[in-house]
Design a protein around this ligand. Structure first.
Ligand SMILES: NC(=O)c1ccc[n+]([C@@H]2O[C@H](COP(=O)([O-])OP(=O)(O)OC[C@H]3O[C@@H](n4cnc5c(N)ncnc54)[C@H](OP(=O)(O)O)[C@@H]3O)[C@@H](O)[C@H]2O)c1
Length: 423
């Protein structure tokens, strides 16, 4: 029986999970794929730190020892960061080794070059764990849904922000309190910027959108807005209107081009994504043949992520050298945010005078913004008014908001949140 030899780069959370699965499922894997999967080398920074957990003979601090070893078939990068991961993966491909990685940031920044190199070399390059941890969405989009034209991919793909929004919504706590809880539970890093400001979701959306539409998305053109401005009061008003707030990553193919954006979004409380709470991830996909699909599961964590990495190793073993990995063959236009179309929730503080509603409605109408609903919550000075619009371009909405801000009867436009779907 052939042995398929693996080298791990990194033995942290995910690397340890991969090592465990391969060690514990050895016989099962052999039966399933007809060859033995063996970990031959593990790159670490400090051998002393790891020698009690894995046989010391597997550990090395020298990448050259791995890349020059002709018996290694696949290199599994689970170090994270872009450097030296990028250089190591390049060297691995140049040395004719297949690559598996869990690294979304690396793919978002260098994916095009690395996938092209893999194709030129006739090698496989797999990255299932880079989006939504254990949820098998990459393979589903690439292979299982390969016969479809995908029109939309929309998901909750950052568990940290979903946990925070769930706590804010269920308990009425503010974002700082919810973030501290997330950090205490190990769901958020000490520096939460990547999650809270939407960058982590944008990296993942780039990967999903590029596969779904067969056209590489540009990270600079993905509109990215995090959850910092969300307050418990917006969640409460949204709830009264029949909406639940989620940080959504949305990619849609329209006749004008591809929309790709990450922002807090109100969705109808009956929408399947509204029920996805805490650290769970879910991705909603629409294909022309298959219709609507929803993928749901654990978007992070040691064993779910290791499960995805191991599925890639199995695929590489099964398909050695038979597939093309880069599916971005088009150069499609990616729309600027001003041209995207959405519905909006707008909360405004106004003077308690007669005729105020008419003046604001006039400004909306002048800018082709038609209104779906208006509610006034309480009286007093100032009076909070909440409008929900019908679909309108971002440019028209912005013009209307500028006009509204200049009205004498308006104190302030307090929040604007995009709304997807009808409550
Ligand atoms: N954790 C998750 O739930 C999850 C989910 C999806 C995707 N991912 C992705 O998986 C990758 C790994 O994440 P992780 O959570 O396992 O990270 P981690 O726990 O920090 O592990 C990274 C490991 O790589 C090692 N390392 C870093 N640079 C190295 C170098 N130059 N040479 C040798 N070893 C090096 C570190 O060594 P030291 O111990 O010496 O620091 C550490 O053991 C990242 O790309 C992450 O985005 C993680």
């Amino acid at each position: 029986m052939k042995t398929f030899n693996v080298a791990l780069l990194g033995l942290g959370t995910v690397g340890t999970g991969v090592y465990r699965i391969i060690a514990e499922h050895e016989a099962d894997l052999e039966n399933k794929i007809g060859s033995r999967i063996a970990i031959r080398k593990i790159l670490v920074r400090d051998i002393a730190k790891h020698r009690t957990r894995v046989p010391e003979s597997l550990l090395t601090t020298d990448f050259a020892e791995i890349v020059s070893d002709p018996s290694i078939d696949v290199i599994v990068e689970v170090m994270g960061g872009t450097h030296p991961a990028y250089d190591y993966i390049r060297q691995a491909l140049q040395a004719n080794k297949h690559v598996v990685t869990a690294n979304k940031e690396l793919l978002a920044k260098h994916g095009k070059e690395l996938l092209t190199l893999a194709d030129e070399q006739g090698l496989q390059f797999r990255f299932e764990a880079s989006v939504a941890g254990g949820v098998p969405i990459v393979k589903a989009l690439k292979e299982s849904l390969g016969a479809n034209r995908i029109s939309q991919v929309m998901g909750i793909i950052n568990g940290t922000t979903n946990y925070i929004l769930t706590r804010m919504s269920n308990e009425g706590v503010d974002i700082e309190t919810a973030l501290r809880e997330a950090q205490a539970q190990g769901y958020a890093e000490a520096d939460p910027t990547n999650d809270i400001d939407g960058f982590d979701a944008a990296y993942k959306l780039l990967i999903l959108g590029s596969i779904a539409f067969g056209s590489r998305l540009d990270i600079e053109k993905i509109y990215t807005e995090g959850i910092r401005k969300i307050t418990p009061i917006d969640l409460e008003y949204g709830r009264q209107l029949g909406y639940t707030l989620k940080l959504l990553a949305i990619a849609k193919e329209t006749p004008e081009g591809i929309e790709a954006r990450v922002h807090p979004t109100f969705i109808p409380s009956k929408h399947p994504l509204a029920a996805v709470s805490d650290v769970f991830n879910a991705i909603y996909v629409e294909g022309d043949a298959v219709g609507e699909l929803m993928f749901y599961g654990r978007g992070a964590g040691q064993m779910p992520t290791a499960s995805a990495v191991c599925s890639d190793i199995i695929d590489v073993a099964l398909n050695c050298g038979t597939r093309k990995v880069c599916s971005c063959i088009y150069e499609k236009k990616q729309l600027p945010m001003e041209q995207t179309v959405s519905r909006y929730y707008v909360r405004i503080s106004v003077k308690d005078n007669p005729g105020v509603l008419a003046k604001i409605s006039h400004e909306f109408g002048e800018n082709k913004v038609s209104l779906h609903s208006v509610i006034q919550l309480g009286r007093g000075e100032p009076v909070p008014l909440v409008f929900v619009t019908h679909e309108v371009t971002e440019a028209n909405l912005n013009q209307a908001i500028n006009g509204i801000k200049s009205l004498d009867c308006v104190y302030s436009v307090d929040n604007i949140i995009r709304v997807e779907g009808e409550a």
